[in-house]
Ligand binder design. Structure first.
Ligand SMILES: [Zn+2]
Length: 223
């Protein structure tokens, strides 16, 4: 039962990001704390949105520490200002990192129909597969917005692993993966609590309810 952490950008909020993204841009020290904790406590690390700090900050630090992570990239943003380009994606893949889809246009999949979800996911998967010359079959849900219909659609599209924003630790092989979002500000103690799976009781109960409402029964979670 290891924690799976979700990060976005590292460092000060860049010009391309909206003010609403500010909590998701963690300080360099926060990221360094995570790397330090990962040396002794096993955890999985994921990055959403394809910000350039994936390749300029996260990737070199991970390589230096001998760690791996997964990067989920909205394909419509590739090569636009503030986001990774094709060469960056290949470079990270060749450096041992997992490249996954984050949809194409970073849409709320609960608000569009099945055909639109299929188009958004498959277009992204095909573009990323072409870039890295290897199959891409994992996906992180934009905004974490999902329901039973969205999850059934991702199954139907053949996604081998789906990264959610439901919180809490998971066993290694679930199809739907829970993740804990690292936000700013977050103290070392708070991050350590995520690594060691100790949410407050009220928070744990709320998480259970949220998962049941939006993802349904255990069958959806199985690999
Ligand atoms: Zn995102």
């Amino acid at each position: 039962m290891n924690a799976c952490l979700m990060l976005h950008g590292i460092g000060p909020l860049p010009p391309h990001a909206g003010a609403d993204e500010a909590p998701y841009w963690v300080r360099r020290e926060t990221f360094d704390t995570i790397i330090e904790l990962m040396r002794t406590i096993p955890a999985r690390l994921t990055f959403d949105d394809g910000n350039t700090t994936d390749v300029t900050v996260a990737f070199p630090a991970l390589v230096k520490a001998g760690l791996k992570a997964s990067f989920f990239i909205p394909s419509a943003r590739i090569g636009t200002p503030g986001y990774v380009n094709e060469e960056d994606i290949r470079f990270m893949h060749e450096g041992g990192m997992e490249i996954g889809s984050h949809g194409c246009a970073h849409l709320d999949w609960t608000k569009i129909n099945d055909a639109e979800i299929a188009h958004d996911v498959m277009q992204s998967v095909e573009r990323l597969s072409t870039i890295i010359k290897a199959p891409v079959r994992s996906v992180a849900i934009p905004y974490g917005y999902c329901d039973r219909r969205v999850l059934a659609m991702l199954r139907k599209l053949g996604m081998s692993r789906v990264y959610s924003s439901f919180r809490g630790p998971d066993s290694e092989n679930t199809w739907l993966v829970r993740r804990d979002c690292i936000k700013q500000p977050m103290s070392r103690e708070e991050i350590l609590r995520i690594f060691t799976h100790k949410p407050a009781a009220a928070e744990a109960a709320l998480n259970l309810l949220r998962v049941w409402r939006r993802a349904g029964n255990a069958a959806l979670w199985a690999a």
